[in-house]
Design a protein around this ligand. Structure first.
Ligand code: MN
Length: 316
């Protein structure tokens, strides 16, 4: 175990500060209130009260202050002190040259699945951050739509939009959403690697939707499989700007397609998969027919059957 996070009381935090006083190091990362470095352990304390111990001596040091569970999953702590599950990231990861990838649309009945991969070399991290990625918590659809063209102008990227007809075909052939996503991520990463060659990123970070072995099992029959220096983590958009940028571009592509689809039926399509979506689907079905509805939805979602019931009522 080389990365342990404990949630500790203010009293113990003060004890820790005193205990490691001779090993203090300067860390300017946001949210960090104290950092120390021993020969084999780095200790980082966050505003949230979380304290992270990294390195070979992590377990020994963490045990001084709290209970270290034998089977804690590896955790990556974001600058806000939020734990993310996944691969252990190298130290100083946020400052490295990284290709990030992320997807959107998988939970929405209407609209495509989109995946974006973005290369942010280390000399562009600051710029991307300043372009608005730093506020990624506050991002809404309108803001992301405004920022996306800037990101696209600055960074090498690949955006894939899997439209509904193709999605429904793949789904009918037995492809799971996980497999569809994995294939799209692999393709987008391949595209970016090709575009930036002979340059290479230090790492690739995929916003984790499946464990590594499941991901690679999904794409085992692909001709080219991107494997080199690939890391997975949840909440990855908080671990490197490349993933934050990728999630903005994926969202941008999703919204653009939603907009196009909405024009076909003359309404703004509802996102998500709620009862409002069922109602809207039933109305489109009634007015434009089943084929039109199918061509703009993920047909296998439970919403289809719910809309069918609503439609029967409307027809009575
Ligand atoms: Mn994601």
């Amino acid at each position: 175990m080389s990365n342990i996070v404990l949630q500790l009381s203010p009293e113990i935090q003060n004890e820790i500060k005193a205990y490691y006083a001779t090993s203090i190091v300067e860390r300017n990362a946001p949210g960090v209130i104290f950092a120390a470095k021993l020969p084999d352990t780095a200790i980082t304390m966050y505003k949230s009260g979380k304290v992270m111990f990294q390195g070979i001596g992590a377990k020994r040091e963490a045990s001084r202050w709290g209970e270290v569970k034998a089977k804690d999953p590896v955790q990556n702590t974001t600058p806000n002190g939020i734990n993310a599950k996944g691969d252990k990231l190298p130290e100083n990861f946020a400052a490295m040259s990284v290709i990030g990838s992320d997807e959107t649309g998988t939970g929405d009945y209407f609209g495509p699945v989109t995946v974006a991969a973005v290369y942010v070399p280390k000399d562009k991290i600051e710029l991307i951050y300043e372009l608005g990625v730093k506020d990624s918590k506050m991002l809404n659809d309108a803001l992301m739509t405004r920022m996306a063209p800037d990101i696209m102008a600055v960074c090498t990227h690949s955006i894939l939009t899997l439209r509904n007809d193709k999605y429904n075909q793949l789904q009918a052939k037995g492809y799971s959403q996980g497999k569809i996503k994995a294939m799209l991520h692999n393709q987008a990463l391949k595209n970016v690697l090709t575009k930036i060659a002979p340059d290479k990123p230090d790492y690739i970070l995929i916003d984790q939707f499946a464990e590594r072995n499941i991901y690679y099992n999904h794409i085992k029959n692909e001709k080219e499989i991107v494997r080199e220096n690939v890391l997975f983590s949840t909440k990855a958009e908080q671990l490197h700007t490349a993933v934050a940028a990728a999630s903005i571009l994926a969202r941008y592509a999703f919204l653009r397609e939603m907009n196009q689809l909405g024009k076909i039926v003359g309404i703004d399509l509802q996102k998500g998969a709620s009862g409002k979506v069922d109602e809207m689907a039933a109305n489109i079905w009634l007015k434009h027919g089943e084929d039109t509805l199918r061509s703009m939805t993920k047909w296998h979602f439970a919403n289809t059957e719910k809309a069918r019931k609503l439609l029967e009522k409307k027809r009575k």
